[in-house]
Write a protein that binds this ligand. Structure first.
Ligand code: ZN
Length: 295
């Protein structure tokens, strides 16, 4: 049995997963802050989960935001967790006395998404587009995550597309300034107690939410086009907190149709038939962490 740890910007979730993929037990709690607390909180939850599952674990897969080197096990620049540098693999191995595999959370989620849509075998290309606070993608080809020499394959959120808005990465006009939770929050914020769903609020007649929803849908359409022409995915899967917005798939299809109406080239990409939104409850990052190759 494996323990699979998904350390997110707000919460850490652990699942005990049987060899057949069945989830035997799971636990979650707010993530720690800073390298020591992040590791200790993840290890504490992992021990609790194994106790609940009642079966000893033989390996650990863990994923978190930031630049994660799966070979060294070191995580850098996980700014939302106050982590500048952390040897996550060594820290968890010390706490849990087990071999530990680590990767970036979006890359792990892409593996989980590939498993979900049945693209985990060889021969296909799947892109996973994560709409969270930021915008990032990961590409699985022949059941492996593409990385490049610096692990930056899929960081499409930081391609400047001319929005004119300063991005947290330092550039002007990144795609992330249109298609992400932080982009939506710049244009529309839910009232106290209101669901943070710009599409639902737009449907209820909120003008700012409507502007945010149009910007988001068109930004996602641009992201799909960028993925289609750069990595040629058979399938693009949308996940992350913002992908849970009500009717997102329909809004994105409408944005694609507007783009395709004035361009035979865009129409020829058939973007509307190539993407799907993940079921909201599917824990793709944990699923993917269970598939990480042993270091
Ligand atoms: Zn940027």
């Amino acid at each position: 049995m494996r323990r699979d740890i998904d350390i997110g910007g707000t919460k850490t979730a652990v699942a005990a997963v049987a060899p057949n993929g069945a989830v035997l037990a799971q636990r979650s709690a707010p993530s720690g802050r800073g390298p020591a607390e992040v590791t200790q909180e993840a290890a504490r939850l992992a021990r609790e989960t194994v106790a609940a599952a009642g079966v000893p674990a033989d390996a650990v897969g863990a994923c978190m935001p930031g630049m994660v080197d799966p070979h060294s096990g070191v995580v850098r620049h996980a700014v939302n967790l106050d982590v500048d540098e952390l040897d996550l693999a060594a820290g968890l191995a010390w706490e849990l006395h087990l071999p530990v595999s680590v990767d970036n959370d979006v890359k792990a989620a892409a593996l989980g998404a590939a498993l979900h849509v049945g693209n985990g075998g060889t021969g296909g290309t799947l892109a996973y587009l994560n709409l969270g606070t930021g915008l990032a993608a990961a590409v699985v080809r022949d059941a492996r995550v593409l990385r490049g020499p610096d692990g930056a394959v899929g960081e499409i959120g930081h391609l400047p597309v001319g929005s004119g808005i300063r991005c947290q990465c330092g550039q002007l006009g990144c795609l992330e300034t249109l298609a992400s939770g932080s982009a939506v929050a710049r244009v529309w914020r839910p009232a106290p107690g209101q669901r943070a769903d710009p599409l639902a609020a737009a449907a209820a007649g909120d003008a700012d939410a409507s502007r945010a929803a149009d910007m988001l849908a068109d930004g996602v359409a641009q992201a799909l086009q960028l993925l289609a022409i750069s990595v040629g995915p058979d399938r693009v899967v949308l996940g992350g907190g913002v992908a849970k917005a009500q009717g997102l798939a329909e809004a994105v299809r409408a944005a694609i149709a507007r783009r395709a109406a004035s361009s035979d080239f865009v129409a020829s990409l058939r973007l509307d038939t190539r993407f799907e939104v993940l079921p909201a409850e599917l824990p793709v990052a944990s699923l993917g962490a269970s598939l990480l190759p042993t270091r």
